[in-house]
Design a protein around this ligand. Sequence first.
Ligand SMILES: Cc1cc2nc3c(=O)[nH]c(=O)nc-3n(C[C@H](O)[C@H](O)[C@H](O)COP(=O)(O)O)c2cc1C
Length: 207
Amino acid sequence: MQNATYNHTESTATVSEHPPKRKVGTNLFLCPMPVTIVGTMNGTRPNYVSAGWVTRVNTTPPMLGVAIAKSRITPVSILDEQAFSVNYPNHDLLVETDYCGLVSATTKDKSLLFDSFYGELENVPMIANCPMNAECVLVEMIDLPTDYLFIGEIVAAYSSDEYFRNGVPDVRKVNPILLTMPDNSYWTLGEYAGKAWSLAQGYKGRA
Ligand SMILES: Cc1cc2nc3c(=O)[nH]c(=O)nc-3n(C[C@H](O)[C@H](O)[C@H](O)COP(=O)(O)O)c2cc1C
């Protein structure tokens, strides 16, 4: 295995201060990932599929990107309806969430696992039991070798007062499910670490 070499002449750090780097393969995942459940209409029935490869992708208008493997039934549903939902489950729904990632709508009807509700888009089912939901219209699909990256504009988002503090979602109340790969493990949230866009004020770096 090839070792990396250090070449940052500006730095005061020396190589001996760092553990040796080695290549670890390219099948890298950013950990942890939030676990979501993507909702679509599969014909006349809601279908729900677990998805960890989800991220916010645009500021204005707000958009979400979801990578779904071409082998799933969900891409067919998204393209049929030109829309999908992203539901944010908590640990109360851990078993149902795992089930939605184990089982395909091609073999099992997943529509009755949850109480579904509909928002502005009448063809996009959302999960009432989840603390947060977003309904999205499809704006772009990027065709990658094994997956599609679906980019959806958030038309509306939903939650309940019980998950809010001072007007914003409180992540401790939401209690999201976190995922690590490739060890395929679920986690809970860790400790508060500081205020973002704030704690580095006054920091001078190494100069
Ligand atoms: C925790 C978890 C996260 C997953 N994330 C994704 C994902 O981001 N993209 C994907 O294509 N499949 C993902 N899967 C696998 C799909 O959820 C699974 O293949 C599902 O059965 C597909 O359902 P469908 O055929 O009804 O669309 C995940 C599975 C689990 C358990």
